[in-house]
Design a protein around this ligand. Structure first.
Ligand code: BTN
Length: 325
């Protein structure tokens, strides 16, 4: 998307730019500009074309810059970060980082992308990933220990993500087990951990986080569940580099704390943000649907459901939880 990226960078200010102006800067004709703009539809951005005025984005874009993301980190997180990349486009930042891990990328390596063509969600779903508006981040880490502990890690990262966003003034964000970020019942973000390794460890973990920051209308149509974005919650423009930095900071710190103390260090915070506590829920498992009353989590991050008065414990795996009442 080289030409497309350059056009989007020029349109990022949210003002009108004529086809002639864009064409002159890029060294192409007006009709070539038009073709490139049309091809940008696939990237999920809202672009208006107005006769006599030119092209304009529905809203200005703040493109990601590694230096600005790093500048937003506190001193501790800055020492934990061992490398950062901002890609223009990629299939999935998780997939990319898994490949980089195979080529020796270190613990604490982070990657962001402006756009994902095959963003991955939990349970084989697609994560709708339009260009330049939301956050798609993956961080690499390696752990010793049993694979069961990784369930607690995905919950700990949920706590880190909520803390990061709350610290920027976004109140009322909760967690639905195992790690959906919800606001008023609508999905704000999600977490996908992808692991590789021998049973006895060490485990290579790619922690992927997607946050809806400002979802363009074109892309909103593709999201198949109730959703919300951060700009709607905070009711103001919120800088993407700042959000990316804050998210990275809390993630790196949480990975470090988890390595030393495990989920127990996050359990209380997770339960304080649990939106399902004492609610009637329905859990889809391999063995079928299990209904019960949600009773929080145990020290490993397993969900406790009270079923006919008896506590049952569920490991996250690829389960999905729904609030019934
Ligand atoms: C979910 O379904 O709730 C999890 C969504 C995780 C999306 C993020 S975006 C960055 C990283 N790369 C991916 O392909 N997926 C995760």
């Amino acid at each position: 998307m080289n030409l497309g990226y350059r056009i989007l960078s020029l349109l990022a200010d949210g003002r009108f730019h004529s086809g002639e102006e864009l064409g002159t800067i890029l060294g192409i004709g007006r009709s070539a500009v038009w073709k490139v703009v049309q091809s940008l539809e696939a990237y999920g951005v809202d672009i208006f074309a107005v006769r006599g005025k030119g092209y304009r984005l529905a809203a200005p874009l703040e493109l990601l810059e590694p230096q600005r993301i790093v500048a937003a980190l506190d001193a501790q997180a800055a020492t934990l970060l061992r490398g950062i990349e901002v890609l223009r486009e990629v299939d999935s930042t998780n997939h990319y980082l898994t490949e980089q891990a195979g080529q020796g990328a270190p613990d604490g390596y982070a990657c962001f992308s402006e756009y994902q063509s095959l963003g991955r969600g939990r349970r084989g779903r697609t994560w709708v990933s339009p260009f330049g508006t939301n956050i798609y981040m993956s961080v690499l880490s390696r752990f010793d220990g049993a694979p069961e502990m990784l369930q607690g890690l995905s919950l700990a990262i949920g706590v880190a993500a909520v803390d990061a966003l709350s610290s920027m003034g976004a109140g009322g964000i909760g967690l639905k087990w195992p790690n959906d970020l919800l606001w008023e019942g609508r999905k704000l973000g999600g977490i996908l951990l992808e692991t590789a390794g021998e049973f006895s460890g060490p485990w290579q973990v790619v922690t992927g986080i997607g946050i809806n920051l400002g979802v363009p209308r074109t892309s909103a149509r593709q999201i198949d569940q109730p959703w919300v974005d951060l700009r709607t919650i905070v009711q103001r423009d919120i800088g993407r580099n700042q959000v990316a930095g804050r998210l990275l900071q809390h993630t790196l710190t949480a990975l470090e704390v988890f390595k030393r103390q495990g989920f127990i260090a996050f359990r209380r915070a997770w339960e304080a943000r649990d939106v399902t506590r004492d609610r009637h829920v329905s859990l889809s498992t391999m063995a079928g649907v299990q209904q019960g009353i949600a009773q929080g989590v145990d020290d490993s991050g397993a969900l406790i459901l009270s079923v006919q008065g008896k506590p049952l414990r569920f490991m996250s795996g690829d389960l999905s939880l729904r609030i019934v009442a």
